[in-house]
Design a protein around this ligand. Structure first.
Ligand code: CA
Length: 244
């Protein structure tokens, strides 16, 4: 039985979700503030399998809650509920560490499908980690310069430092690595990585690039691997020329 934590201050909506998710076989716990959710998740416990997180909350908002959790090394798969599906909000949520999003008002069936998707990705990831641990031999690793990205555990290793990426950061980095040396447009990133079909406000994706650069560039302001392609988007280069 999967355990879901619902963080939602609208009591009516929270109770409705509790009822419907319980009917789907979920074990449900409600929290009506971000602070209450942080308390329930403190200590990195694995008391929950997945979290539904409202953005507009009294006190700490959903963006703050998710970024505090990620900073504390708590990687519970999280779907944020945004008031509008505005790409800026959605990307802000992903940049803060969310794994998926749904705009209000939403269809219950879609929410249940998205939760199922998050749980499957988590199971797949755990199975992959077990495989990597069980089988000696080369795990799924992409190496560039003195850095390596370990797909199995979503870890970026840079000279002895390991950074655990969120699912979405890992998806975005994987996408860029797969297109090594080729320019990819912001629109392609939005559509292929996030599944967003919007052609406005794609500049919001730049915040996400800033975040990845902090992990992979020695000097984030002078990127050598993750380059800006003016008027297009970005290009990942695994082996930049020695003198650029
Ligand atoms: Ca709310």
């Amino acid at each position: 039985m999967s355990r879901v934590l619902i963080v939602e201050d609208e009591q009516h909506l929270a109770e409705g979700l509790r009822f419907n998710l319980a009917a789907e076989g979920y074990q449900v716990r409600l929290a009506d503030t971000g602070e209450a959710a942080l308390e329930l998740l403190a200590g990195g416990s694995s008391a929950f399998d997945v979290m539904i997180l409202d953005v507009m909350l009294p006190g700490k908002d959903g963006f703050t809650v998710i970024s505090e959790l990620r900073r504390a090394g708590q990687f519970i798969p999280t779907l944020i509920l945004t008031a509008r599906g505005h790409p800026g909000d959605v990307l802000r949520g992903f940049a803060a560490g969310a794994d998926d999003y749904l705009a209000k008002p939403f269809e219950l069936a879609i929410l249940i499908a998205r939760l199922g998707g998050l749980l499957r990705r988590r199971e797949w990831l755990e199975a992959r980690m077990r495989n990597v641990a069980a089988k000696p031999g080369p795990p799924d690793v992409f190496t560039f310069g003195d850095k390596s990205f370990h797909f199995g555990d979503l870890e970026l290793r840079v000279r002895g430092q390991a950074y655990r990426l969120t699912l979405m950061e890992a998806n975005m980095l994987s996408y860029l690595l797969q297109h090594d040396g080729k320019a990819v447009s912001r629109k392609a990133l939005l559509e292929d990585v996030w599944g967003l079909h919007e052609d406005t406000d794609t500049r919001a994706i730049d915040n996400f690039i800033v975040r990845l650069r902090r992990y992979i560039e020695d000097e984030p302001a002078k990127p050598r691997h993750l380059l800006t392609v003016r008027g297009v988007g970005y290009r990942f280069v695994s082996s930049p020329a020695k003198d650029g």
